[in-house]
Design a protein around this ligand. Sequence first.
Ligand code: F3S
Length: 274
Amino acid sequence: MIETYKTDQIGFCFGVKRAIAKALKELEKNGGKIHSLGPLVHNPQVVASLEEKGVIPIEDVRNIKNGVICYRSHGIEKKEEEEIRRKELTVIDAVCPFVKKVRTRALQLKRQGYTVVIVGDEKHPEVRSVLSYLDNDGIVMQHPHPIEATKIGVVCQTTQDLETLKRIVGGLMDRAEEIRVYNTICGSTFLRKQQAVDLAGRVEVMLVVGGRSSSNTTKLYHMVKKVQPRSYHIETEQDVKPEWFTGIKKVGITGGTSTPDSAIENVERLVKNL
Ligand code: F3S
């Protein structure tokens, strides 16, 4: 009989819950359909279920003329916001307040004359959003390297890990005269990672449930994999392979911030019945 253990921090985070609730409330009020700029969350099953209800993702705001547009929790780019303002669109702003804080801090640093460094993934929508509001006047960094600036201001993608932030700030100190650092890592992500790593050390197999396009789920997976080599990143219970559990008694389960409770429950039920 396999015993399963879950992290306390599991299921949608505050920002994702809030974005989905806002979109569904608008649908309830107006019926019909609304658009989200990019997928509302990085989980294909959740996006498909929202689409069935009437939340249709679009990649380019130029593709619609009117109606309702919902900003996703990761934020949007400045030029998209400007384009939206020029149209007759009703805006549902579901950008997570913690993501907005990164932007506010970055702009504040720029105004104060700092060279702004954003610790994060340059392809991630949140980082692209922050950089766009800086009019691309910032440096995105995922690995430490020196820059030619004496006064440096640092912000961090909300889902980055603290170790990366510390390494990069350490590297910048080689040349800078002054560094101002805002630790903008989201508390919920931080706790989730800590609990997942702790659990991975106490079980024989670790399952990380979440979308393959979800940056925080992928990071979570790589972190637990270092502690528990028998870790697997799965999107749904259909990805589970019975041979992973031969002779195994203790299985840990965690999930990214865009993974619904139902996906976790389905995985847990399946594993218990193996
Ligand atoms: Fe917001 Fe943190 Fe979730 S920044 S979207 S609550 S991971």
